[in-house]
Write a protein that binds this ligand. Structure first.
Ligand code: NAG
Ligand code: NAG
Length: 387
């Protein structure tokens, strides 16, 4: 008996150490080695000498920051090199694209079947300690890459629709995210014209309820969204639920009981992230990104929200980031977003907004409801999940 216990202690120790080594991946020794490792040599050679110099400087800056992070004794997360290591600030900005609606607009907007803003949480309910929706889906379990298009909002919303459809028992060959990028109207031009200029997941959910969204295979579509074209209605929803902003419990409840949820985030400091539980956003987060929360959990580095990003699989933990989650129900990590004007300039509404959670993760959350696949092609497999 004691031998078994000793063995298990040893293997769990080995497991932790193994994880640590895997996460603390070696940084490339120099810029040339980096370019070779990430297959960027040819692409960079086609750029101007000035641009190449700028990139090399960016590389060494991130290299130094990453080394510093990885020598911190108290760190919950580790930095790793990735394909964003020599990106310019401009390029990184385009890797986001969350443009919130003006707050006044939220109330006036005719959301399809918008449920109460206060999902009521039954008294005395005990939520699971950990949830990971990736384990309950197959076809829709994929990490996308937004490239230089500010389409995070479309990818997050499209992935949510896809996953909710699969969780409802439908087989889903893949949703045409570019239709959302090309067709979702942002008539108020709040901080951008929609499309690659950024928008919000709620607009995408509303579009899916009104028009439906096609499968990837239905039509060829320009990779950056392209112009809107007529498309078959495949994945449709009845609308969406918006969570009460800046509270942890409604998000935890929705993730435990309903499925993946699109959340807002400040991703300004995520480009070095290689693994672990990220805890380095200031309280005054500047929300600029939309991502898909696919669960939550507990680790030796702390509790976390499990987030699927749209920066490809090479980034973070196979395309995901774990964000520090505070003690259940505690929303104490709050500050002010002083830059909402980027998104709400349309209404001249430039006053700062309250923002809670590490990296502003609790500020703007929503998920689709009543998602269905509507045609003879896809068969109802029968509910096989927690719904
Ligand atoms: C860059 O690093 C690689 C491998 O890490 C090494 O072989 C090469 O000599 C280095 N180049 C320079 C210029 O230091
Ligand atoms: C929503 O829930 C919060 C916290 O329980 C409560 O204070 C607030 O009054 C509720 N709002 C509405 C519109 O029901």
């Amino acid at each position: 008996m004691s031998i078994i216990i000793a063995l298990c202690a040893a293997c769990s120790l080995w497991f932790c150490t193994g994880m640590r080594i895997a996460v603390t991946s070696e940084l490339p020794q120099n810029y040339t080695a980096y370019l070779h490792h990430f297959g960027l040599v040819g692409r960079r050679m086609r750029e101007s000498p000035g641009m190449r110099l700028l990139r090399e400087q960016a590389f060494w800056q991130r290299h130094a920051s990453a080394r510093k992070q990885n020598t911190r004794a108290d760190a919950r997360w580790t930095a790793a090199a990735n394909h964003l290591f020599d990106a310019t600030d401009d390029e990184l900005k385009r890797m986001m694209g969350y443009k919130p609606l003006a707050r006044k607009t939220h109330k006036a907007f005719s959301f399809v079947n918008l449920h109460s803003q206060n999902e009521s949480i039954p008294a005395g309910i005990v939520l699971q300690e950990a949830v990971d929706w990736r384990k309950h889906v197959r076809a829709s379990n994929k990490v996308r890459y937004q490239g230089s298009c500010g389409s995070c909002w479309a990818i997050a919303a499209g992935s949510a629709l896809e996953m909710h459809a699969e969780l409802a028992g439908y087989s889903v060959p893949g949703l045409q995210v570019n239709q959302l990028v090309g067709c979702v109207p942002n008539t108020r031009h709040c901080g951008g014209g929609g499309g690659c200029d950024g928008a919000t997941a709620e607009l995408a959910f509303q579009y899916a309820a009104e028009h439906g969204v096609a499968f990837e295979d239905d039509l060829k579509w320009d990779t950056k969204g392209g112009l809107c074209q007529k498309a078959p209605k495949r994945i449709i929803s009845q609308g969406f639920e918006r969570l009460t902003p800046n509270l942890a419990l409604p998000l935890q409840y929705a993730l435990a009981m309903k499925g993946p949820v699109v959340v807002s985030a400040d991703a300004s400091d995520w480009e070095l992230y290689g693994g672990g539980v990220f805890d380095d956003c200031p309280k005054n987060a500047a929300v600029n990104h939309a991502v898909l929360a696919v669960g939550y959990g507990v680790s030796t580095s702390g509790k976390y929200w499990l987030i699927r990003n749209s920066w490809g699989k090479e980034w973070g933990e196979a395309g995901h980031i774990r964000i520090l989650r505070f003690e259940d129900g505690s929303d104490g990590y709050c500050g002010t977003d002083y830059h909402p004007q980027e998104g709400v300039a349309c209404d001249g509404e430039t006053s700062p907004v309250p923002v809670c959670g590490m990296c502003g993760i609790l500020m703007d959350s929503s998920y689709p409801i009543g998602v269905k696949v509507s045609d003879g092609v896809s068969q109802l497999r029968g509910a096989n999940t927690l719904h």
